[in-house]
Write a protein that binds this ligand. Structure first.
Ligand code: FAD
Length: 370
């Protein structure tokens, strides 16, 4: 028989764990369902080995971090140490997390929600979706670059190999820094090319500081602004390659463009071009989403679907909440006058933790009112 809880939390990242801490403090029955074998599996899967974890607080929010055990220390420890810290915190707090449970679907019956996973079914009055947003965006090129990697597992694998990192945000900058550092320390002169489709890179201060330090220490980083991934091709030796070109230089007569281009074996390319939220999953369970148009969305791109959420992060279905990376980089907030407005939502550890607390406050408020 399925076990019944007040709250089922899907995903054991910073957001899900924060919600669990608050559920436990409030004496509610809850379970966290995590598909990986340990807490923070999403972080383990997506950060480069040894990456420093920044305790960044978005400009528009106020610190400090609200839960000590989840706070990345100010001295910026490597990701492995942060995951160990959180694992100790989870164990010492006796948080109820079930590992190896991948969310499959959700149903509703008279007594509440039924959450099905790869390993069983759970009944709950409230459900919090805290499963992050790690569905990689497509490169969107002809001959889709299936073999292009989406994260850096081991920087050492790239020693002696000129490498192209694509993307203009923090994740790409972290990968560039990590690669440059191991190459520099191994006296490897092969460069790290850093290509971004736009002219302007968008990285935060901490990341920029590390990158600047890496360049000053002699890192071989070659920046390619306006670099557009164009096509996947197979060369005469049968190697899959990715061709990128920089913005057209000379625009000749007769509609002829002059391009400067480079071609890399796809296995030497890492594309950190962002992830998109799980809108297909949200659609599957009929959570109301708004399709962006230029007039209503400034952050999300045209055609993207944004979840509609209340101030406590409740979705259009009563009792179902969505938090953290799964609602970044923006969602539609329902205003007190019932209009909706796109709300920026930084994909950061701080924001996810704060969201876990906000959703739990919503749940506690709703359950005390009922
Ligand atoms: C390369 C990189 C570097 C970053 N560096 C920083 C940094 O230095 N500082 C910072 O503040 N932020 C950083 N971030 C962002 C930060 O990691 C995220 O904002 C944060 O992890 C979001 O927390 P979350 O709990 O919402 O999601 P996640 O951390 O993604 O956790 C979601 C959890 O849900 C699990 N899950 C997923 N799908 C399912 C499913 N179907 N069923 C069950 N479980 C599931 C995952 O295994 C995962 O453990 C970085 C992100 C990346 C990609």
């Amino acid at each position: 028989m399925s076990k019944r809880y007040d709250i089922v939390i899907i995903g054991g990242g910073p957001g899900g764990i924060a919600a669990a801490v608050k559920a436990q403090e409030a004496g509610k029955s809850y379970v966290v369902l995590e598909k990986g074998p340990r807490p923070l599996q999403g972080i383990v899967d997506s950060y480069p080995k040894g990456k420093k974890v920044y305790p960044t607080i978005p400009r528009h929010l106020e610190g400090p971090f609200p839960i000590d055990g989840l706070t990345p220390p100010p001295e910026k420890i490597p990701v492995e140490a942060y995951v160990d810290q959180v694992e100790r915190f989870v164990q010492s707090g006796g948080l109820n997390i079930r590992y190896g449970e991948e969310y499959r679907d959700l149903d509703e019956d008279r007594s509440g929600y039924v959450v099905r996973t790869s390993a069983g079914a759970y009944l709950a009055k409230y459900v919090i979706f805290a499963f992050g947003s790690n569905i990689p965006n497509d490169l969107g090129i002809y001959g889709e670059a299936k073999t292009v990697r989406r994260n850096l597992e081991n920087p050492q694998d790239y020693i002696g190999i000129p490498t192209l990192v694509i993307g203009g945000g923090n994740a790409a900058a972290d990968v560039v820094s990590a690669l440059s550092k191991v190459k520099r320390e191994a006296d490897d002169p092969t460069p790290v090319y850093w290509g971004h489709i736009k002219e302007k890179f968008e990285i935060n201060k901490d990341t920029a500081r590390d990158l600047g330090e890496e360049i000053l220490l002699g890192g071989q980083i070659k920046i390619l602004q306006g670099a557009v991934p164009k096509i996947g091709e197979v060369d005469s030796e049968g190697i899959d390659r990715l061709y990128i070109h920089q913005s057209p230089g000379a625009h000749g007569s007769d509609d002829v463009f002059m391009y400067q281009g480079m071609s890399f074996p796809m296995k030497n390319v890492i594309a950190c071009i962002g992830t998109h939220g799980p809108s297909a999953i949200f659609n599957g369970i009929n959570l109301q989403q708004i399709t962006c148009t230029g007039e209503i969305c400034k952050i999300a791109r045209e055609g993207e679907q944004l979840l509609m959420l209340s101030a406590t992060l409740q979705t259009s279905r009563r009792g179902i909440y969505a938090i953290g990376g799964s609602i970044s980089p923006s969602y539609m907030e329902i205003q007190p006058d019932r209009t909706i407005r796109e709300k920026r939502h930084s994909n950061l550890i701080f924001t996810a933790i704060q969201d876990g607390i906000t959703a739990m406050e919503g749940i506690l408020g709703a359950s005390s009112a009922s």
